[in-house]
Design a protein around this ligand. Structure first.
Ligand code: APR
Length: 248
């Protein structure tokens, strides 16, 4: 195990020498903004059942369960602000070194920190749409309906089902986002993987795509992943602290 200082030097050297850096982020990049991740102790999947897209479509009770989770989470999502990890990536992009952030997150915090090119593999929780006529609302408006007792909101225009613009388990991945992410991962020479357990397919393929095409990988993740052996440098530390140090 190389010591922390050597790791920092090696990571800084890789960043300095890289010409096309891509970041790949998961929920761990937003925990320092106060948002729980999914699989750490106390994470969301310890507290809520995953409602698949098929279950959401199939029944009122499933949608009431789905929306009761969202009703609890949306206020925290709307109150969350970017943390040093988000700002460090935006700074790297503004310096012309980072091409884009490929994110699994649905919290909009990369954009709020100033990142211009963010590829959202799992959509966004900041808006919701009618699954029939595609009318769209800011999530705060749906939250008001939930808090007023509308437990399974339907479209006021066509009475279709309303769902956040996220990708649920069982729902098709966004084709354009997946294609963009593949192109960027395949063309980069350095990929920064920040705050993901890399357990969910197909999102977890992108660090592998970059590695297979010869890119170096830097991992910043509190806990081990199944792909740590591919990383040129890996930090088992906090995304905010490590990224701010790397980019300063
Ligand atoms: N700094 C660094 N790493 C962190 C931090 C932090 N401050 N906080 C958490 N982590 C790490 C955890 O150790 C964990 O390995 O981030 C990782 C988060 O993993 P998950 O909770 O599995 O989140 P993620 O990988 O984004 O999940 C992928 O699963 O449920 C679906 O759609 C959901 O997009 C999500 C996908």
């Amino acid at each position: 195990m190389i010591d922390g200082q050597t790791q920092l030097y090696r990571a800084r050297d890789l960043i300095r020498k890289a010409s096309r850096i891509v970041a790949f982020s998961g929920a761990g990049v937003s925990t320092e903004s106060g948002l729980a991740d999914f699989r750490s102790q106390g994470g969301l999947w310890e507290r809520y059942r995953i409602v698949t897209f098929q279950e959401f479509l199939a029944g009122h009770e499933n949608r009431v369960e789905y929306w009761s989770m969202r009703r609890e989470l949306i206020p925290g999502l709307l109150a969350a602000r970017p943390n040093p990890a988000h700002y460090a990536l935006a700074k790297l992009e503004q310096a012309g070194q980072l091409r884009c952030v490929i994110t699994q997150n649905i919290d909009g915090l990369h954009q709020a920190a100033g990142s211009q090119r963010v590829i959202e593999l799992h959509g966004t929780n900041m808006t919701a749409s009618c699954l029939s006529c595609h009318s769209q609302w800011p999530i705060a408006e749906i939250q008001q309906r939930l808090e007023a007792g509308d437990l399974d909101p339907h479209c006021i225009a066509c009475h279709g089902l309303i769902k956040p613009d996220t990708v649920s388990f069982g729902q098709a991945m966004p084709v354009e986002a997946m294609e963009d992410a593949y192109q960027e991962a395949a063309a980069c020479d350095l990929l920064l993987m920040i705050g993901s357990s890399l357990e969910v397919q197909p999102a977890n393929q992108f660090p592998l795509v970059a590695h297979q095409r010869g890119a170096n990988l830097i991992f910043i993740n509190r806990t081990a992943t199944s792909y740590d052996h591919l990383a040129a440098v890996s930090f088992a530390g906090s995304a905010g602290g490590v990224l701010a140090t790397l980019v300063e």
